[in-house]
Design a protein around this ligand. Structure first.
Ligand code: GLC
Ligand code: GLC
Length: 667
């Protein structure tokens, strides 16, 4: 792209760059800067061009990029080059992630380092280490209230420990994911402290107001995120004598991105952690980055421009580093966090598939896949070179953020259907074996979300208590089926620590005053390693789940059709209990796999006639890749047992080199 204004500016900037910066060997940096500068300049201008100091800020930004590049260790620069060569590397089916709190998993960062072999045993090769930056001693929203973005909380370890962990993971072929909480700081952060002391420059990093005039205007249209514990979006700070915007908890101050100093500093922090060895940076709460009176202040266009700008800048300094967008918003909005265009308007390579997650839980409670099918059908196509993070549970609650139109299309009433789901998962519904807790209950709007561990939500806790072996077996099947869904859907599966051995709810948070009011702590466990040892004891549920999951992970890694090239097709079968989709590899037609899952407690039938008419399974024997066995076929119908799934492929002579379905499904 040739664009004279930005080129002239770039020349000026290069003249103005610090001498020291200019002495370094910056060839690769300049190549990337040249290629991205037009976009960077345009976006930065769009956001901050009205300011008198625009040019200074632009120089300042470029200088930060150059410095971060100079600081980038040689080994990481090599990784950057390798990933530039193989730019679709992260779409491969080889990747399997797990998110964990280092203290809950293994005490601290060193403990985590020592326990990497456990993760490798399972097959996990991406680890998202939950927030470890310095945060308040008491309530800190699980570390999402950061007091110092460049230092590690002493309870977790040191920056040196992070580097050691990153090195050890790199040697093992594992990727490290770290959080950068871009939307807010803790009220103990130095900026907040200085703002409190009355320094206007620091107050301008946040949204501070002397009276309720502006806050009231914002409140008119902004929803509440934590209605029970942190109602409203502003907090009165006595010391400052001002209202400050706090969308999440009252100790989490929202950063003001209309101030370029905020953007430049937060970008620099992203690059800092990239330089400590993070392969992937999880950008927290990105939907909230831009606030506008008269709107919900979520998913604003400027929030997207900020992310594009962050991506373009990171591309210059640390191009091997990926971004995860944490935007738990409506299905049609989530998709936008990949960006509008893979080349000229890229945002995050990875986004949480909150839609799929919630739909899976819907299918479990209703024992049918109606809404799941409908919701996936409505999920917009994503960009190339973008991938989902498919998960069942994480540190957060389950929000029932389906599209109302989809709920209605299944003949449910949105309000009563959501009500049913909350009742089901909190065990209030007659006959439900689930043991979750309500979270984020908003009496004004009637909204509610759900907290609870995977195993307890699925019913394992009740079944174990009742010593009901039949129920235990069925629920173990259900849990493995859910894992199979996130492993085969397309995207990076993200496990939640403890779920691999069926960890149950942990109610000990109720005894901790800093946690008791936040039910999400019920599913943030401390791993019981004695229990984890039972994965080696036959007949235990730990073994059943761990071994089952381990096998599924191994099969996934061996199945090229499970790579994410937007190669999934939902198959309409008449049976509402089944969720069926086809995965075809763009260049290896022979490796196509039909995924079929039965969410019902009774056996269901998958009609092969319908599939045969489409050219699927016309010849030869069908094999289930997950078990290695052939499924039972009766009257040309595959029998899918209760809470069971298949990864079906055709097995016939020569099938390995040929198209298993007798049709080539690709142009
Ligand atoms: C993100 C985190 C959540 C936290 C919130 C505020 O959504 O996932 O745990 O409460 O941001 O930081
Ligand atoms: C809302 C927010 C999400 C946050 C969650 C925490 O869903 O959109 O970002 O993680 O609340 O409960």
């Amino acid at each position: 792209m040739y664009e004279q204004v930005s080129h002239a500016l770039l020349n000026d900037i290069l003249d103005e760059l610090d001498r020291e910066v200019c002495r370094e060997d910056l060839r690769h940096f300049f190549t990337r800067l040249g290629a991205n500068f037009y976009a960077i300049h345009s976006l930065f201008f769009h956001l901050y061009g009205h300011r008198e100091d625009f040019k200074n800020q632009m120089v300042h930004l470029t200088e930060r990029l150059a410095r971060a590049y100079i600081d980038r260790p040689a080994a990481l620069k090599q990784v950057d080059m390798a990933r530039e060569e193989d730019h679709n590397w992260f779409l491969s089916q080889q990747w399997v992630g797990m998110a964990l709190y280092s203290d809950g998993f293994a005490g601290n960062l060193q403990g985590l380092n020592e326990h990497l072999p456990y993760l490798q045993e399972l097959g996990v090769n991406i680890v998202h280490v939950m927030p470890i930056l310095k945060c308040p001693q008491g309530a800190s929203d699980g570390g999402y209230a950061v007091s110092d973005f460049r230092d590690i909380d002493p309870r977790a370890g040191t920056v040196e420990d992070v580097r050691a962990l990153a090195d050890s993971m790199r040697r093992r072929g594992m990727l490290l994911t770290l959080d950068v909480v871009v939307n807010h700081t803790s009220n103990e952060h130095e900026w907040a402290q200085r703002a409190r002391e009355g320094d206007p420059d620091y107050q301008n990093l946040y949204y501070c107001f002397p009276n309720r005039d502006v806050p009231d205007m914002f409140e008119a249209t902004m929803p509440e995120i934590f209605p029970e514990t942190a109602p409203g979006n502003f907090t009165w700070d006595e010391e400052m004598g001002k209202w400050v915007m706090t969308v999440f908890n009252n100790y989490q101050w929202d950063l003001n991105y209309s101030n370029p100093a905020v953007f430049i500093e937060m970008l620099d922090i992203i690059l800092f952690w990239a330089n400590q060895g993070a392969d992937i940076v999880r950008l927290d709460a990105v939907a909230f980055l831009w606030k506008k009176i008269g709107t919900t202040s979520q998913n604003e266009r400027e929030a997207h421009l900020i992310l594009q700008l962050m991506k373009d800048c990171c591309q210059v300094t640390a191009p091997g580093v990926l971004f995860i967008a944490e935007a738990i918003v409506a299905p049609s909005e989530i998709i936008k966090y990949f960006g509008e265009d893979a080349v000229i308007a890229k945002e995050c390579e990875i986004a949480y598939n909150a839609t799929f997650m919630a739909l899976l839980w819907d299918a479990v409670a209703t024992k049918n896949a109606k809404l799941l099918n409908q919701g996936i059908k409505s999920l917009p196509n994503k960009l190339d070179r973008a991938t989902w993070l498919n998960y069942l549970r994480c540190h957060d609650d389950i929000g029932l953020g389906f599209d109302d139109a989809d709920i209605r299309a299944c003949d449910y009433d949105p309000y009563s259907h959501r009500r049913f789901l909350v009742d089901w998962y909190t065990g209030a519904f007659e006959g439900s074996p689930a043991r979750g807790r309500p979270f984020g209950v908003n009496l004004k709007t009637g909204d509610a979300r759900i907290a609870g561990a995977l195993a307890s939500l699925a019913g394992l806790e009740s079944a174990l208590e009742a010593e009901d072996q039949h129920a235990i077996d069925q629920i173990a099947d259900l849990i493995l089926m859910l894992h199979a869904m996130i492993l085969s859907f397309g995207g990076i599966p993200l496990l939640w620590y403890g779920d691999e051995i069926g960890t149950l709810n942990d109610n000990s948070f109720l005894n901790d005053t800093h946690k008791a009011s936040d039910a999400r702590w019920i599913h943030r466990p401390r791993i019981d390693w004695a229990r984890a040892e039972r994965r080696h004891v036959s007949g235990t549920v730990e073994r059943r789940l761990f071994d089952g999951l381990k096998r599924l992970i191994a099969v996934r890694k061996d199945t090229p059709a499970f790579a994410d090239f937007n190669n999934r097709e939902l198959i309409d079968v008449e049976n509402p209990h089944l969720f069926v989709f086809l995965r075809t590899h763009p260049s290896l037609a022979a490796s196509s796999v039909l995924v079929a899952a039965n969410f019902d407690a009774k056996p269901q039938y998958l009609d092969l006639d319908t599939l045969n008419r489409r050219g699927l399974f016309r010849y030869g024997q069908i094999i289930d890749l997950a078990s290695g066995d052939s499924p039972a076929v009766f009257n040309n119908r595959v029998v899918v047992p209760p809470y069971h799934f298949y990864w079906l492929a055709n097995q016939r002579p020569g099938a390995l080199l040929d198209d298993p379905f007798g049709v080539s499904r690709h142009p």
